[in-house]
Design a protein around this ligand. Structure first.
Ligand SMILES: Nc1ncnc2c1ncn2[C@@H]1O[C@H](COP(=O)(O)OP(=O)(O)OP(=O)(O)O)[C@@H](O)[C@H]1O
Ligand code: SF4
Ligand SMILES: [Mg+2]
Length: 319
């Protein structure tokens, strides 16, 4: 499969506080992965593990501390302004809360016309309408039910479909969807998540799907990475990672979903104590305090990634 996006040794350290007492938070630490063309790649992991930070850096909303993001073999950061804008048009985002995507006082269609005209994708209203109708159809909505209506006239599920249609206006190669269904009614989640699979199959769009829900990840992902405290601890084909989890952390997550079943939501969230963040400079495995299989060396040395059955596992058990 051709490589569309490559994240290389990406690290993001946030500095907070005053000049007298600085706290540093390592949100993302030395992560690397690729996204194929087309492919659905999932980033999964509990709250605070660095999923959104990774997405923000790829989208150019945040700057990395070190490492690189390559799009079609070019580092996004070094591109000249015009080229960079072009790339950022090819990478679109869909966020968690569809109600904050659209201003309640504006009709939803005004956003669509504005995007098409501003980006010179359509030169007149008729052309714009044609383009909009095509994208609405791709997400299972019709032009009639869309025209001249305010966000409050749509359900959360419909609004999320509209956010996806809007993201499609620029004919992106990659959509980054950050928890796109966590605020949508449980009964509608699977149908919206399946939409991403549809877009991949019909339009060759790649998707980075960010979630803490392993069930939806299981159904739509080609490959996935499990993150823990800024690291990728396990990565490989989604089927292998979820049916045969290797890293002790992935196993722990997997146990909270007995069977991949869309009716059963993965609800366990293991929150980190604030003080744990301060350990960022220490060596050793970050999971050591909670690992039932921890060994002496796990405290002293940082485990590298080991290859096991086509997956990569950051754990000394696979040395
Ligand atoms: N702007 C910021 N300034 C300081 N720290 C931040 C900032 N943004 C994120 N962080 C911290 O970085 C870490 C990773 O946050 P991030 O939002 O990437 O996690 P996440 O995996 O998306 O979590 P969630 O599932 O809750 O959305 C967290 O500890 C968070 O508190
Ligand atoms: S490296 Fe050691 S502590 Fe870390 S997950 Fe593996 S066995 Fe557990
Ligand atoms: Mg997040």
């Amino acid at each position: 499969m051709k490589k569309l996006l490559e994240v290389q040794n990406l690290t993001k350290i946030y500095s907070m506080g005053s000049i007298f007492s600085r706290t540093k938070i390592t949100a993302v630490e030395d992560i690397s992965f690729t996204v194929g063309e087309p492919e659905i790649f999932t980033l999964a992991g509990e709250s605070g593990c660095g999923k959104t930070t990774t997405a923000k850096i790829i989208l150019g909303f945040e700057e990395q501390t070190s490492g690189a993001v390559m799009y079609k073999d070019e580092p996004i950061k070094n591109l000249r302004r015009g080229d960079r804008n072009k790339v950022l048009r090819e990478i679109q985002a869909v966020f968690q809360n569809p109600f904050s995507t659209f201003n309640p006082l504006r009709t939803v269609d005004s956003y669509f016309y504005e995007t098409l005209i501003n980006l010179k994708i359509a030169s007149n209203r008729k052309e714009a309408e044609k383009k909009i109708a095509e994208k609405l159809q791709a997400v299972g909505l019709s032009f009639e039910e869309f025209s001249q209506r305010y966000p409050s006239e749509f359900s959360g599920g419909q609004l999320q479909r509209l956010s996806i249609a809007r993201a499609l206006l620029t004919d992106p190669s990659l959509i980054i969807a950050d928890e796109p269904v966590s605020m949508v009614d449980a009964s509608l989640r699977m149908s919206i998540v399946n939409l991403f699979k549809d877009l991949k199959e019909r339009y060759d769009v790649s998707v980075i799907y960010i979630t803490h829900d392993l069930t939806t990840a299981y159904y739509i992902s080609d490959r996935m990475a499990v993150m823990f405290r800024g690291n990728i601890v396990e990565m490989g084909p989604a089927e292998e990672v979820l049916s045969n989890p290797k890293h002790p952390y992935t196993r722990l997550l997997r146990e909270s979903v007995p069977e991949p079943d869309p009716e059963k939501q993965w609800t366990t969230r293991v929150h980190l104590a604030e003080s744990e963040h301060e350990e960022y400079l220490q060596t050793g495995c970050k999971f050591v305090a909670r690992c039932p299989l921890a060994m002496e060396k796990c405290r002293k040395l940082t485990p590298p990634h080991f290859e096991v059955n086509g997956t990569s596992v950051k754990c000394f058990l696979y040395e």
